[in-house]
Structure formats: structure tokens, C-alpha cells
Design a protein around this ligand. Structure first.
Ligand code: KG4
Ligand code: ZN
Length: 335
């Protein structure tokens, strides 16, 4: 079964064709990230406009790259939640029109379920149940993936998402947006032990909190400025990365040990972080669990992950009519 996946929840307009939820046939991404970087973050109105301009050509190219037409497509999957609502609606409306005109089923996909499904594209042998940390610009969850469409949230952030913390710290350090890659690049030449950043206390065994950590970085910068001292950006970036990756890995591995998870995974934009990948790899091996990490090209937002999850949603009978609406928020374990 061939599924066309369409994604437009943030600043990537993306479309892809995937066979049977696992085999990538094409993957096209148009991004407005360079333009958003001028403003230090995503401007929702700009994102929506760029989606409108790019979506038709992006879907056409995804079909062309796979040497297919809509005749070959069996279902149209689209991210309907959560995300910037003006951006989400561009994809949802385009998918509705396309599915209707081509006479194909329409499959609504939850964005974070899509991030998790990126693992199926990288690891053909991976099947639920597994434990997964999903960390992106808007969400940080430790999720037990019980089945292809069944999830149990074990922990979550009580304030900022991990990616959001990277983005805010990057801005404080004068580094470019998006913050994850620029903090990681700066950290390469820094000493992770140079700054003593706090370990946040948070209620809930598997919950995380990053707002105090973000403020601690800001305080270091402010104090240095008041004293007329320079800030060592690589050292502060490395210390921050070490702390946040350490917290995420520790909570995931704690949940893995407690639940006796045999398979431990990362997903979402922050899953591209090299230090986090290393810590999870090392820790899970000690637990005797198998680690699955998404290929770097599937960590950030893409259409392939939506097509992959779309296949499993379709198989579970989750299709929608033309009344489908986009939603700015929706828990991953919605029924
Ligand atoms: O999943 P994603 O592409 O979009 C959302 O659903 O939000 O995640 C984007 C987030 C951004 O906050 C970005 O700074 C972060 O992922 N990110 C990283 C890295 N690459 C992207 N964070 C840490 N290390 C990275 N290498
Ligand atoms: Zn995402």
C-alpha cells in the first residue's frame, strides 16, 4: 500500500511517498527556516504563507521523484495536530482537496506519532512495544509505544520542551536559530564541565523541567556582562548540552529500567543531538536493551514519517471525512 504523507505543522512544507509504512519512495522538504532565522524563531504568519506557496510543488515533486501519479497512491495522510494552527490548516486543506479529487481515503496523523514512525523507516525490524523519548521544539515526552496506534505517556516536561530550551539558550548565547544544531556546533570546542548548571527538581519520576536551566544560562551571561567579563560561548554551550542531554537520557533510562523495556528509542528534532544519542546508547547497552535511533534525515519534520504512521492509522481504520479539522494541541494518546 502506497501512502502520500503531507506535513506542514511548523516551518517545513513536506511530502513523501512510503510503501507499507516502511519503504521510502520519495521525500521532499521545502523549509522557510532561513527566513525564520532572521527573526530568531518561527513567525506563524510567515510559516503559513510559505506553506501556501510551496505545498503544491512539494507534493508534485514527491510524486515525480517516486515516478508515480495520484493513480498509484492508495491513501493521503496529513498531520492534523498538534502545531501552529495556521500552518497545520494549509496541509489539512490541501490534503482534503487532493483526497477528494483523486477519490482516495484521507488519513489524519498526529505529529508526534509521526516522529515515532520515523523509526520504522530507519529500522525495518522494529515493532512495538518499545519505550521512546519524543523530544521536539514543542514537546518532550517519555512514551511507552504499546502498539502502532496505542501510547502511554510515562513522563513529560512541566514547562519548556527540550528543543525550545535549545532554541532559547542559543538566542541568549547569540547563536543562530534553530538552536539545537548551533548549540551542538558551539559545544564541540567547549568544556562541558566549565559551568556548573543546576539539576532541576521536578515532581513526577519521569517528568523533566528545563525552564530553570534556561534561566541559569541567562544568569551566567548577565552576571558576566555586569562584571565586564567575556562569556565563553563554547564552554557554556557545552555545559548546557551536557546537562540537558544528561537529564533526558537519565529519565528515559530510568523509565526503561523500571518498565524492563527491551527496546529503547529516540524521536523528534532533538533526537539529532549527538551527545544525547551517545548517552542513550551507552546507558541502554548497560541495561541490556536494544537502542533504535532515527536516521538524522528523519529526526526533523518530514513527510515520510507522516506517510509511515498514516499507513498504520489506515490499517487501524482511522480515516476522516471532509469535515476533518486541524487542532493546535492534542495529546499523543488521544482515542
Ligand atoms: O521535531 P522538530 O523538527 O520540529 C518540531 O516538531 O518542533 O524539532 C525541532 C527542534 C528545534 O527546537 C531544534 O532546535 C531542535 O529540534 N534540534 C536539536 C538538534 N537539531 C534540531 N536539538 C538539539 N540538538 C540538535 N542537533
Ligand atoms: Zn516535529
Amino acid at each position: 500500500m502506497i501512502v502520500l504523507g503531507i506535513e506542514s505543522t511548523c516551518d517545513e512544507t513536506a511530502a513523501a511517498l512510503v510503501r507499507d509504512g516502511r519503504q521510502l519512495l520519495s521525500n521532499v522538504i521545502a523549509t522557510s527556516v532561513q527566513e525564520q532565522a532572521l527573526y530568531g524563531g518561527v513567525v506563524p504568519e510567515i510559516a503559513s504563507r510559505r506553506h501556501c506557496e510551496a505545498i503544491s510543488a512539494t507534493v508534485k515533486k514527491a510524486l515525480a521523484d517516486a515516478q508515480m501519479t495520484m493513480e498509484d497512491v492508495d491513501a493521503v495522510a496529513v498531520t492534523f495536530a498538534p502545531g501552529l494552527i495556521g500552518a497545520v490548516l494549509v496541509g489539512v486543506n490541501f490534503a482534503k482537496g487532493l483526497a477528494y479529487s483523486a477519490g482516495k481515503p484521507l488519513v489524519p496523523v498526529h505529529h508526534l506519532r509521526g516522529h515515532i514512525a520515523a523509526l520504522y523507516l530507519t529500522h525495518p525490524e522494529l515493532e512495538p512495544p518499545f519505550l521512546c523519548l519524543v523530544a521536539s521544539g514543542g514537546h518532550s515526552h517519555i512514551v511507552q509505544v504499546e502498539g502502532y496506534t496505542h501510547y502511554k505517556i510515562l513522563g513529560h516536561t512541566v514547562d519548556d520542551a527540550a528543543g525550545e530550551a535549545f532554541d532559547k539558550v542559543a538566542r541568549t548565547l547569540g547563536l543562530s536559530y534553530p538552536g539545537g544544531p548551533s548549540v551542538a556546533a558551539a559545544a564541540k570546542t567547549g568544556d562541558p564541565k566549565a559551568y556548573r548548571l543546576p539539576v532541576p527538581h521536578v515532581e513526577g519520576k519521569y517528568n523533566v523541567s528545563f525552564s530553570g536551566l534556561k534561566t541559569a544560562v541567562l544568569n551566567e551571561v548577565n552576571q558576566a556582562q555586569m562584571k565586564g567579563l567575556p562569556v565563553n560561548v563554547p564552554d557554556l554551550a557545552a555545559s548546557f548540552q551536557e546537562r540537558i542531554a544528561g537529564i533526558l537520557a537519565e529519565k528515559l533510562l530510568l523509565a526503561a529500567a523500571d518498565t524492563g523495556a527491551k527496546q529503547v528509542c529516540l524521536a523528534g528534532g532533538v533526537a539529532a543531538n549527538g551527545r544525547l544519542r551517545q548517552l542513550v546508547n551507552d546507558g541502554a547497552q548497560k541495561l541490556g536493551a536494544q537502542v533504535y535511533l532515527p536516521q538524522l534525515k528523519f529526526c526533523g519534520d518530514n513527510g515520510a514519517m507522516i506517510a509511515a504512521q498514516g499507513y498504520y492509522q489506515y490499517m487501524a481504520g482511522h480515516t476522516a471525512g471532509l469535515e476533518l479539522n486541524g487542532l493546535p494541541t492534542l495529546p499523543i494518546d488521544y482515542e
